[in-house]
Ligand binder design. Structure first.
Ligand SMILES: Nc1ncnc2c1ncn2[C@@H]1O[C@H](COP(=O)(O)OP(=O)(O)OP(=O)(O)O)[C@@H](O)[C@H]1O
Length: 216
């Protein structure tokens, strides 16, 4: 699914990480832990192609990212990746339904039934016409989960998806994310500080341990 070798990244002269090796199998749920500031979000952003690596190679579904041009990378990202961020990143001027529909629209595959099914799967079946500002934090994160999975991506990258929520909502949102990921057979790399979340993963990795460890 995902094979990364020797990933290094610095901001200016400050190294964030170097020599990261990472392997994710199809359908596997892997929790990524690490000290605050150790570079977990930066790694996720680099894997998603949202930030540039200094060196290293990333193979996603058999395709070498370095060999693709910007347009090809964007297409691969749209087709195969779903993202859930801590800060939701929903578009404020689009309805809940339109936010969830967006990945399908970008792929030229609008599918109102699938959008409604995802809204129902995350418990927002009757709130599709609302604007994001009319939702609670937990509901917003459920919109983000529905949007991340609506196009059936092979890999979901989730960056502390429950970090902004109180513990009760966090627990419900985590259950939902994991259930959806499992149901769709997607692989998931989940950055988390939550031990409860980590316990439910197939494997737990610490960023510090990934540097130069080919078995990771
Ligand atoms: N755009 C940037 N420019 C310069 N430095 C940055 C930038 N983004 C992040 N950093 C630095 O890179 C390091 C890694 O940040 P990152 O957000 O990836 O850590 P993290 O492990 O996700 O942290 P946390 O668990 O606190 O969210 C930090 O020292 C941070 O200050």
């Amino acid at each position: 699914m995902l094979l990364a070798r020797g990933l290094s990244k610095s901001y200016g002269h400050t190294p964030v990480f170097s020599g990261i090796d990472l392997l994710l199998r199809r359908g596997e749920l892997v929790a990524l832990l690490g000290e605050s500031g150790s570079g977990k979000s930066t790694l996720l952003n680099c894997l998603a192609g949202l930030d540039e690596l200094d060196s290293g190679s990333v193979q996603l579904l058999g395709q070498q990212l370095e060999g693709l041009n910007e347009g090809e990378r964007a297409l691969l990202r749209r087709q195969q990746l779903g993202f859930v961020f801590q800060a939701f990143h929903v578009l404020p001027y689009l309805s809940v339904r339109d936010n969830v529909a967006l990945p399908l629209l970008l792929l030229g595959r609008p599918d109102a039934e699938r959008v409604q099914a995802m809204l129902e799967a995350v418990g927002l079946g009757s709130l599709g016409e609302r604007l994001p500002r009319q939702l609670s934090g937990g509901q917003l994160q459920r919109v983000a989960i529905a949007r991340a999975l609506v196009h059936k991506p092979a890999l979901v990258l989730a960056d502390e998806p429950t970090g902004n929520l109180d513990s009760r909502s966090a627990s419900a949102v985590l259950d939902l994310l994991l259930a959806q990921v499992r149901e769709q057979g997607a692989a998931c790399l989940l950055v988390t500080h939550s031990e409860r979340a980590a316990e439910r993963a197939d494997r737990c990795l610490r960023l510090e341990d990934l540097m130069g460890s080919p078995s990771a």
